[in-house]
Design a protein around this ligand. Structure first.
Ligand code: MN
Ligand code: MN
Length: 300
């Protein structure tokens, strides 16, 4: 089972400049073929279906534990999209709906469903607005094939993060990409090392793929400087103890000592999103709803 903590793994601030175009691009990291929903669900189902896990425990622990980290990545992507969408349309005067056209300014900008179908919120879709699909999950049951797939999936994910970074210069999008490039790099390396143990092939010699170092990306380098590219977090107080059978030794790129850290990263608070009354989120008169909530709190 999953224990939920009301924190983000990385600080995702509210955008100084709303940016619906960047929000639409960042959707690729949520619901794209190589997005965070894909890594989350691939590793989750592979862990559900893993046979012989008592005998192959380090490999099971690796997949099950990284699955838990990926849940935090979809949270961070959603936070970034919501941050970029906040304030992107005109807010009406307090408490009063008006027959103006507050959404006209975003017609033809970004993904219209961010305004027509949600209250300016993240969706389980890619940058084209196409829904995330269950057949993005690949799980043959053969542990070498599945680890090889996971290495490829993290490689595709790395390409996606690099290109979203290149498409969106908004600092919020780049903070997200920088963090995910570093964490995805850890996962790409971990699956390469798992394949190395299973087959003897030195898969880490193929890295970097794509051939760009995180050291050359300022928003990723700052996380490297904290050493998190050497770190695998254990997302369980009691389980997944054999991660360090695979995640140990020296990092292939800079020779740093690999380490497993007990518990999740410290992370940052989940930002509170301001109401957007023009799309009735959480209602066209938020003050009225707040009064109802206050009554409930008093009677508790
Ligand atoms: Mn991820
Ligand atoms: Mn990953």
């Amino acid at each position: 089972m999953i224990l939920r903590i009301e924190r983000l793994q990385v600080d995702i601030p509210m955008a100084e400049h709303p940016d619906p175009k960047a929000a639409a691009a960042v959707q690729e990291l949520m619901g794209g073929r190589f997005g965070e929903m894909s890594t989350l669900m691939n590793y989750t189902f592979q862990s559900f279906n893993f046979r012989g896990k008592d005998r192959l425990k380090p490999f099971y622990d690796l997949v099950a534990n990284i699955a838990a980290e990926e849940y935090g990545h979809i949270e961070a992507v959603a936070a970034a999209i919501n941050s970029l969408l906040t304030g992107s349309t005109e807010r009406p005067a307090a408490g009063k709906w008006s027959p103006d056209s507050p959404l006209a300014g975003v017609s033809g900008v970004g993904n219209p469903h961010h305004f027509l179908n949600t209250g300016q919120g993240a969706m389980a879709v890619n940058s084209l607005g196409a829904p995330w699909q269950g057949d993005y999950i690949f799980n043959t049951g053969d542990v070498v094939t599945d680890m090889l797939h996971n290495f490829f999936l993290e490689t595709g994910a790395r390409m996606g993060k690099l290109r979203v970074y290149e498409m969106a210069d908004n600092p919020v999008a780049r903070q997200l990409c920088g963090y995910l490039l570093v964490r995805g790099g850890v996962h790409q390396t971990a699956y390469a090392m798992a394949l190395q143990e299973l087959t003897g092939v030195e898969v880490t010699k193929m890295l970097n793929i794509p051939k760009i170092s995180n050291q050359d990306i300022p928003e990723a380098r700052k996380f490297n400087e904290q050493g998190i590219h050497h770190t695998l977090y254990r997302f369980s107080p009691t389980d997944y103890k054999d991660l360090d059978r695979i995640w140990r030794g020296k990092h292939w790129e800079d020779g740093g000592e690999l380490r497993v850290v007990q518990g999740p990263p410290e992370g940052a608070p989940v930002p509170a999103l301001d109401p957007e009354p023009q799309v009735y989120a959480p209602g066209y008169d938020p003050a009225e709803l707040e009064e109802i909530a206050r009554r409930l709190m008093r009677s508790a």
